[in-house]
Design a protein around this ligand. Structure first.
Ligand SMILES: Cc1ncc(COP(=O)(O)O)c(C=O)c1O
Length: 401
């Protein structure tokens, strides 16, 4: 029999895509669904960015580029990282890839060896690709539970206890998918102090939502003394400039840049050439459209959080960043007599016409943390209001407790 490797069969996925397929099917059947599943801006890519890509194509910038990317974009990213993270980043330390996502596996591949029991710490709940790629690349996933009572940060003392001689990498993601939590300066400093005590411990800092901090400032762990050399800073244009389908992400680390470039030579060869020019225009062009989008996310955050907290059985912390809300629906599940968040999600989809994701799509449930669902509020205010109304009505009409 033609076999499929165990590694492939056990590969995790991003359930947002699975649920989206389900939602797409319902919509095709004519069902009216308010969709809060998809983690991408609902705006179109700004015109000047599109024009830059068209110009690049017309000028024949359509061949391979060097694996780490075109020099102009590496320079622009170095400048962008230096300015926004308050550090000094050289263009040679920057690598461009087809999205921020591929850096997850490139980094794990670059700092851990397959099957040697090397450990990677990652947030749970978290972006599901972290755990999936840690396993697929033969390392050992070590989850760091995030707690509602800590504003969805993890317990730093617990993190310290979980670091062993085998720990090679700590994955951080702030602002965070799915909770919207932001790690503040104080907690990042505590994390940095612990990490620095370990010679062979890298940090993967997933900063794709760095421009979506709604209250206060964005802080990168790379900005603390002694941290830049051991941190791979990862960001991209997907979320900031409404460019998810253009697939351009970037990362910076002095030591890892050449190694990650070799992985790119071995896989994609390079990021899509014209799209690198689009990203260059995004970073170096006028920022007002992006800023407008970021402001609208903040306004929507306020609407959705206030609305959710008015629904009986739902409690929602105010997320500090990204475009996700992660309400606790333990009581709502009890009110309508469903056993958990996943059943609640299905009820919302099929009975109320509201598509969300549930906590099981982002890892396992941390003990005592209850049931949660994830809303992406990258959708219109009108949709948000309609979705909330439908949920409120559904709970009122289906109460059994
Ligand atoms: C935390 C996190 N990291 C990375 C990505 C992937 O970003 P990109 O589109 O740049 O590959 C996402 C997308 O949802 C994300 O939520």
């Amino acid at each position: 029999m033609l076999g499929i490797s165990e590694r492939t069969r056990s590969l995790g996925t991003e359930n947002a895509f699975v649920v989206l397929k389900e939602v797409g099917e319902l919509i095709r059947q004519g069902k009216d669904v308010v969709n809060f599943c998809i983690g991408q801006p609902d705006f179109d890519t700004p015109e000047y960015i599109k024009e830059a890509a068209i110009k690049a194509i017309k000028e024949g910038k359509t061949g391979y580029t060097p694996s780490p990317g075109i020099p102009e974009l590496r320079e622009a990213v170095a400048e962008y990282f230096s300015e926004t993270r308050n550090i000094d980043v050289k263009p040679d330390w920057v690598v461009i890839a087809n999205g921020a996502k591929p850096f997850i596996s490139y980094t794990i591949l670059s700092v851990t060896d397959y099957g040697k029991g090397e450990e990677v710490l990652y947030p749970n709940p978290g972006f599901p690709i972290y755990e999936s790629q840690i396993r697929a690349n033969g390392a050992v996933p070590v989850p760091l539970p995030l707690y509602e009572s800590k504003g969805y940060a993890f317990d730093v003392e617990y993190m310290e206890k979980m670091i062993t001689e085998k720990t090679r990498l700590l994955i951080l993601n702030s602002p965070h998918n799915p909770t919207g939590g932001v790690l503040d300066r104080d907690i990042l400093e505590q994390i940095a102090d612990i990490v620095k005590r370990h010679d062979n411990l890298w940090v993967f800092s997933d900063e794709v939502y760095s421009r979506m901090v709604h209250d206060g400032e964005f802080v990168s762990i790379a900005s603390f003394p002694g941290m830049q050399e051991r941190t791979i800073i990862v960001d991209g244009v997907s979320k900031t400039y409404a460019m998810t389908g253009w697939r351009i992400g970037f990362a910076a680390n002095e030591k890892l840049a050449t190694h990650i470039s070799r992985w790119i030579t071995n896989t994609d060869s390079c990021a899509a050439h014209p799209n690198q020019y689009a990203a260059l225009a995004a970073l170096t062009g006028p920022q007002d459209e992006s800023e407008k989008m970021m402001k609208s996310f903040k306004k929507r955050r306020d609407i959705i959080v206030e609305g959710l907290n008015k629904i009986e059985g739902i409690k929602c912390l105010k997320p500090g960043g990204a475009f996700y809300a992660w309400p606790n629906v333990t009581e709502a599940c009890r009110l309508v007599g469903v056993k958990d968040s996943e059943e609640f999600r299905k009820q919302l989809l099929y009975e109320a016409g509201v598509a969300v994701l549930s906590d099981i799509h982002f890892g396992f449930k941390n003990e005592g943390e209850g049931e949660h669902i994830r809303f992406s509020y990258a959708t219109s205010e009108e949709n948000i209001r309609e979705g909330l109304n439908r949920i409120r009505r559904y709970i009122e009409e289906n109460r059994v407790n």
